[in-house]
Design a protein around this ligand. Structure first.
Ligand code: SAH
Length: 220
């Protein structure tokens, strides 16, 4: 069980720090007011180790243990904005729960979030955070996300927060018509790619240069 006082935690300081972060995201080009508002009210400091809490509202990725990182707030905002741009999906699938921050942001914007993580220790910590924040619409699964979550497919949105060399075919198959998949793709050099399934097929748009941890197979 997590200490509920963590939520008040750094109190006003954290509120001001969040306001500054949101101003920065706006300057960086994030426009969707729903996304900005959600980042404004999501306590990122509970998603990182206490020793890093003072840096939780900097616009940077931070280590979360097991060699993994919580994504940079700008990237979380950008990917969320892309997922919601064409309308709000009913169900979103995330591969790579990590700290749970991206899933927590999505859970405040869409009815149900399904998230898969291959490192047990990370998933257990993320589950505690969802409970602490009363985000009961996040469904979690311990496993290899490259196979997706076929029981709940198709998804109106799919987001990968670890980078595969190529998008696994299973994930593209679990995308609903009209649905969007946002993912970092590549090896040492990666690009953010947006796929959209139309009745005619798949469209693919290459966006920013990004840097994510690699998507790996199996569990740990
Ligand atoms: N969305 C996370 C980002 C975590 S970093 C957050 O907001 O904190 C990416 C995560 O993807 C890591 O935790 C890593 O363990 C996980 N990952 C990598 N390959 C995976 C796979 N095949 N299936 C599930 N999770 C995977």
């Amino acid at each position: 069980m997590m200490d509920p006082t963590l939520l008040q935690g750094i109190g006003m300081t954290s509120q001001r720090a969040r306001e500054r972060l949101v101003a920065r995201l706006q300057e960086a080009g994030i426009r969707d007011p729903r996304v900005l508002e959600t980042l404004r009210r999501t306590p990122r400091h509970i998603f990182v180790d206490e020793a890093l809490a003072s840096r939780a509202y900097d616009d940077t990725a931070l280590p979360i243990g097991y060699g993994q990182t919580i994504s940079q707030p700008y990237i979380v905002a950008r990917m969320t904005e892309l997922l919601l741009e064409a309308g709000t999906p009913e169900r979103v699938l995330e591969i790579g729960t990590g700290s749970g921050y991206q899933a927590a942001v999505l859970a405040q914007l869409v009815p149900t979030v399904y998230t898969i993580e291959r490192i047990k220790g990370l998933l257990e910590a993320a589950r505690q955070r969802f409970r602490l924040l009363k985000l009961y619409n996040v469904r979690t699964r311990y496993g290899d996300g490259t196979e997706g979550w076929v029981q709940h497919a198709p998804f109106g949105g799919i987001i990968l927060t670890a980078a595969p060399e190529v998008i696994p075919q299973e994930l593209l198959e679990q995308l609903a018509i009209g649905g969007r998949l946002v993912a970092p793709v590549g090896g040492r050099r990666q690009q953010l790619v947006l796929f959209e399934r139309t009745p005619e097929g798949l469209s693919r748009r290459v966006l920013d240069e990004v840097s994510f941890v690699p998507m790996l197979g199996g569990t740990q």
